[in-house]
Design a protein around this ligand. Structure first.
Ligand SMILES: [Zn+2]
Length: 137
């Protein structure tokens, strides 16, 4: 079984692509060329900085993308809730064409690694206050 979107191969018994949330097909030919331009989700985040940095890097890599962000995304996903007028927690989604996922994923991985590195560096520069009485000269 194959995902028509990211072209991942799945073992028998799987019917949906866990990454793309689309139904699997028996052969990629069955998916046809029409499935090619479909957008696949690359990132869902609650951190605007991460989303901003990611789209900067996708632009630098010349990977096309689309963004959905805001405090009312469920209205897009479940239009029957249109009478809900309270904002939700901010969410941002980044989509890329399925054919670009393989190029886009390492960019996201790299970004997450460097975000973790800078978080570690920040903790080194500002260590938690110690209870010891030692004062540097
Ligand atoms: Zn997929």
């Amino acid at each position: 079984m194959f995902c028509p979107n990211c072209r991942e191969e799945y073992r028998e018994g799987f019917y949906r692509c866990g990454e793309c949330q689309v139904d699997l097909v028996h052969t990629l030919e069955a998916a046809g060329a029409a499935a090619e331009p479909a957008l696949a989700p690359l990132l869902e985040t609650q951190h605007p900085d991460l989303l901003h940095e990611l789209v900067d890097r996708l632009e630098a890599a010349e990977i096309p993308y689309a963004v959905q962000a805001g405090t009312g995304l469920s209205h897009l996903e479940r239009p029957t809730l249109l009478d809900q007028t309270r904002p939700e927690p901010w969410r941002g989604l980044v989509w890329v064409p399925g054919a670009c996922l393989e190029r886009a994923r390492p960019i996201l991985d790299e970004l997450r690694r460097s975000a973790q590195d800078s978080e570690r560096a920040r903790r080194r520069i500002h260590p938690p206050p110690s209870s010891g009485g030692e004062v540097p000269e």
